[in-house]
Design a protein around this ligand. Structure first.
Ligand code: DON
Length: 616
């Protein structure tokens, strides 16, 4: 059967690889359909459906992936989770253990004295759990259970009445197990009610796609990636996957973990659900079973997928991305602020003592351990550390605790700390002396770098509300270092003073460039407007610097918008006046040209450095 196409442009080779594995496994016709439940004997032995669901909800299907069948024992980890959610770990553990039995699903694996079933994946354990659910939910049990499982599949669930009745009418062994449990006081009266719920849970209709989505929901921290609904809390996902890994495949659990390496659960109707934690779910249906009661093709397809895509949980070949994406000093990684030569010289001298660590990905214990070690080692002689979280997707509470310890120990050693770009990890709420000590928080990396540079230049603390509200120090015009007072006085005759209010636009990208601006006071920014109405910051310039200088060289149009960030005052030299100086004061004109070329060269070198840094 051909793959169902759901995407216009997708890795065709991936579809083809999955289909290749599917077709290869389909040729296997060994195994027997379960017949001990009469209704199951009616299944078509040739049926075969496969679905892979990524943790973001993307599906890859092959064969009869939407053919319904009864969930059978695959319901067990879900009913177990529902009980844990409702009654808590202690109460559930009192009733059922978590020890693999190494025996068949219908074995009477009870602890010798207490009669407690060894785990919730064997029938005895699951019947005990269903009885607990019935005790808690009464006549609402089935509805609640269907809703619970429906949160994983993302659709409404229903019971196959015929299979339920068939199982209820013939399930003498399960009835015997239930009464044995009653004898030990593991479950109470009425025995038949819990048992009935057990038969109903086994008869819920699912498809291979449903199983894959249930797996993807477990892989996606308990959140159904399609509906966005939290089906279960994260802690309970861990519990489910643990019992699936150790007990999910019964007397072949060890072999399964060895060969396939994924937590999984099988059912006698021929379904298997497997999960690669954090990554994906696999759902497969094929009713012919092996001697353990597991789908032959289902097991094979999982094994082949695991080999092909290196899914084994313990595969040490799975690459682990370092949490530290890049590491720089502020000598080689600069902010967007165009610096005067005096400031640039200070940053060149002191920049090596300010370190930037750009972090990435999902940060947990091991990632944060590496960060703590590397940052602490590198910071021995540092005065400033910037920790950038812009590319961090998530942090668990262990990593957050590690970060707090790291920052506190940096502070203890007198290091100024800036934390940037961590909006979604809510680092502002950390128990850190933010705002009161030498630790500051910034929405983005350029702001943190700029504040860090300011701190290096001024020798003061980093300020969170950095220079947007005005430059830290008022710099004299840099130009005055190139020309003497008499020349400056002469030049002023050619210039006009213009004042701008904060928020006022000074230059418009693409318009003719007629003036050079010497910024006496205030802060301006150069921005590129983006098609969606937003803009990208190119540079920020403080007092003392010059802008609009490129026009002198190429007589072109403005290459960016320029906005006043604060009230600003500029001495402007029109190109007309500048040209007139050719006749009236050629020496002064040459001095100015020299200065502008030095500024341009410094900016070009800075841009080259930034490009080189970003290409590493
Ligand atoms: O208890 C039974 O017989 C079935 N309703 C469920 C058993 C099952 O699916 C075992 N798993 N492989």
């Amino acid at each position: 059967m051909p793959m169902k196409k759901t995407r216009p442009l997708l890795p065709r080779s991936l579809d083809a690889t999955i289909l290749g594995i599917f077709n290869e496994v389909r040729s296997n016709q060994t195994g027997e359909i379960a017949t001990y439940i009469p209704e199951l004997a009616r299944a078509n032995p040739e049926s075969f459906g496969l679905c892979l669901a990524m943790a973001d909800g993307e599906l890859y299907r092959a064969g009869e992936s939407s053919l319904p069948f009864t969930i059978q024992s695959i319901s067990k980890p879900f009913v177990y989770a529902m009980a844990l959610q409702q009654f808590g770990h202690e109460e559930v553990r009192r009733c059922v253990g978590v020890e693999p039995s190494g025996e068949a699903f219908n074995s009477i694996s009870l602890e010798p004295v207490s009669g407690r079933p060894l785990n919730p994946m064997i029938n005895a354990g699951s019947i005990a759990i269903s009885s607990m659910i019935y005790k808690g939910f009464g006549e609402d049990s089935l509805r609640s259970l269907l809703d619970f499982i429906g949160n994983f599949t993302g659709r409404e669930m229903m019971v196959d009445q015929k299979v339920f009745e068939s199982e209820r009418d013939t399930g003498h062994r399960n009835r015997a197990i239930a009464h044995l449990l009653r004898n030990f006081g593991i479950l109470g009266d009425p025995v038949e009610k819990g048992l009935e719920l057990y038969f109903q849970q086994c008869s819920i209709l699912v498809t291979a796609e449903d199983l894959a989505m249930m797996g993807a929901t477990l892989a996606n921290r308990g959140v159904n990636p399609r509906t966005g609904k939290q089906a279960i809390s994260l802690g309970l996902v861990d519990d489910m996957l643990s019992v699936m890994a150790t007990c999910g495949m019964y007397d072949c659990a060890g072999e399964w973990l060895y060969d396939v390496g994924l937590p999984a659960k099988s059912g006698v109707s021929g379904g298997i659900l497997a999960v690669l934690p954090g990554r994906m779910g696999i759902g497969v249906y094929s009713p012919r079973l092996d001697s353990h009661g597991n789908s032959v093709r289902g097991s094979l397809v999982c094994k082949r997928l695991s080999e092909q895509f290196r899914l084994h949980l313990f595969s040490s070949s799975r690459p682990c991305r370092s949490v530290i994406r890049r590491r720089h000093t502020l000598r080689d990684r600069k902010s967007m602020r165009a610096r005067s030569m005096r400031e640039a010289a200070i940053l060149k001298r002191l920049g090596h003592s300010a370190l930037l660590f750009e972090l990435q990905g999902d940060v947990q214990f091991t990632g944060m351990e590496a960060v703590q070690r590397e940052v602490a080692e590198a910071s021995e002689s540092a005065t400033h550390v910037v920790l950038d979280f812009t590319r961090v997707d998530s942090m668990d509470h262990v990593a957050v605790g590690g970060l707090v310890n790291l920052v506190l120990s940096l502070l203890e050693h007198g290091v100024h700390v800036a934390i940037s770009g961590a909006v979604h990890v809510r680092l502002r709420e950390l128990p850190l002396p933010i705002g009161t000590g030498p630790v500051a928080y910034f929405d983005d990396l350029p702001s943190a770098l700029e504040a860090c540079e300011e701190s290096l230049i001024s020798g003061n603390l980093m300020r969170e509300t950095h220079v947007a509200s005005g430059p830290a120090a008022h710099e004299p015009l840099e130009l005055t270092q190139w020309i003497n007072e008499t020349e400056f006085a002469a030049l002023q005759k050619y210039m006009v003073r213009r004042r701008f209010l904060a928020g006022e636009q000074i230059c418009v990208k693409g318009e003719a460039a007629n003036d050079i601006f010497f910024l006496e006071r205030g802060m301006v920014s150069a921005r590129i407007p983006l098609p969606d109405g937003a803009w990208k910051l190119l540079a920020r310039l403080g007092s003392g610097t010059v802008f609009g200088e490129m026009a002198v060289i190429d007589r072109g149009v403005r290459s960016s918008d320029i906005w006043a960030e604060t009230d600003a005052s500029c001495l402007t030299l029109s190109l007309e006046m500048y040209d007139e100086m050719t006749h009236t004061n050629p020496v002064l004109k040459t001095r100015i040209l020299e200065y502008l070329l030095v500024v341009l060269t410094a900016r070009l070198r800075g841009a080259n450095d930034q490009i080189a840094t970003l290409m590493v």
